[in-house]
Design a binder for this molecule. Sequence first.
Ligand SMILES: [Zn+2]
Length: 363
Amino acid sequence: MSEKTAKKTTILALDLGGSKMLSALVDVFESADGERKTELRGVARRALTKDTGRDGVWAAILDATAETFERTGESWDAVASIGATIPGVADPKRGYWVYAPFSGIADFPLADELRAQFGKPVFADNDVNACAWAEKVFGACQGVDNFVWITISNGIGGGLVLDGKVYAGKFSGAAEIGHFNVVENGGALCGCGKRGCLEATAAGPGIARRYRESVANAAGVSDFSTENDTASPALRDAWLRYLASNKESVDLKAEVEAAQSATAADVADEARRGNPLAVEVYNATGRYVGRAASYAANLVNPEKIVIGGGVAGAFDLFYPALWTTFERCLFKATNKTLTIEKTGLGYEAGLMGAASLAFAPYC
Ligand SMILES: [Zn+2]
């Protein structure tokens, strides 16, 4: 596409999360035949915590937005509209932040306040729905009217686009895939108060915890595993052989200690180096997500399932086991062409989500 002949629309995108907020200008170039290309400019970041509060979030928005304009040298004249994601329960019709369990922020008329401050049209919705919508507007689901979006990072969220529209449910609670139970009779405690949820098991912290438990098991320090699937003797032997051929000396106590601080990304690095315990942790992640994805597929009969979020960086590690379990549990007759793929939105999916709300509003 030639950017000279394409129509350009510039949107101020605000991606509000639990631990940070991002501001950026998103340029959307659209050719006469509807082909779209996007470019991010002036990304500014501010840290947020659960204690930041509503005033602190508002101050971060003003500050980051000012930085975005400073870095790009643009003025408000260049901006057509504003899109914002909300980390929690949202009412997209009013652009209203209803409630965020993480921070306790509630009843925040975000769109009204942004409109009053900046004098531009504002569109806001829950971050997961926004990302699902961005996949249709800019990503892997352009031209796809029925799909499931799953985001796996520190938590697990789901979004549904059905018949070309975001489906949010009666109280914005549709597609809570993170709270599908995947471990019977126990499992780790989830933030929602139940045990064995997909989020507690297969999101980043769950991956790190299962690795810690697996290393402790294999080192003989503990026979405890939250999921009750302890390492088999064959897996333990494979791990000991891996250590013997990859480390100068084998120190099981040091391995147990190192595993304490390993993140999901560290476990992925270990798996890529061939550590059998790390490989198995990602295989199990694939099996848990695959089972949950099959329930979603059997319920809504989508054309695609798309996986995003930070853990999607390890898509290649968990996809084979995911697909095997998914196919085993799937009602095949009506889902013959269904695919599961990695997001087409890249790392800044939240900003693309915010931009998609403003570029192609659904409320
Ligand atoms: Zn839960």
